[in-house]
Write a protein that binds this ligand. Sequence first.
Ligand SMILES: O=c1ccn([C@@H]2O[C@H](COP(=O)(O)O)[C@@H](O)[C@H]2O)c(=O)[nH]1
Length: 238
Amino acid sequence: MSPTQSPRIVVALDYAAEAPALELADRLDPARCRLKVGKELFTRLGPAFVERLQGRGFEIFLDLKFHDIPNTVAAACAAAADLGVWMVNVHTSGGLRMMEAARERLSQSSRPPLLIGVTVLTSMDASDLAAIGCPGDPCERVLALARLAREAGLDGIVCSPLESAPVRAALGCDFLLVTPGVRPVGASVGDQRRIMTPAEALAAGSDYLVIGRPITQAPDPLAALLEIEHSLAPDAII
Ligand SMILES: O=c1ccn([C@@H]2O[C@H](COP(=O)(O)O)[C@@H](O)[C@H]2O)c(=O)[nH]1
């Protein structure tokens, strides 16, 4: 990969403790991937852990999926901006005013992170949605929430790669599609429900592939990452 190219794989550092997470980070190259810090490690280790990773040169997706009243979410986004993260996210189901408040507050930051809206969790299928009172096709719901996120001025959404092509067709190219629910051929699906392979996800129009357990739980995480990169080459770069 040339230095001018930007990595499209975001490794989800979902570990129960700092040591294995840093052990993996120390084997990874910030030029080849970004890292995602989510609820588990952030709750255990806090902002200092994010700073340690940033100190090693990694751009960080702070995946805390803020979902609260507008004032609270805006303030949390400002805190994420102060931490210097690359990307932060909120739940689109928090509504237009909440997303607008986050956008507005980040516009006051000198170095705002990308602001991304979570649509329908990739662990949910149509029956899960129906059970919470939202019957219908997950893709239709993702499209509706994506339009709302765009109206609020967000930079993009989290969705399944299954929705990348329809969202691209509806909303165009200048809207980031961040997709978990990525499983290499043969990998365990786990709790994910709406999935594609890494190559399928890129071909469908995903900008960033969020991949956790297929890398972090592999006997050799670095080899697993390299295998995924090879499955994507030469399109794994932007
Ligand atoms: O809809 C969503 C939103 C976020 N995630 C997060 O992505 C990773 C996926 O990890 P895997 O081990 O590759 O399943 C994880 O941190 C989730 O919290 C998501 O999966 N779906």
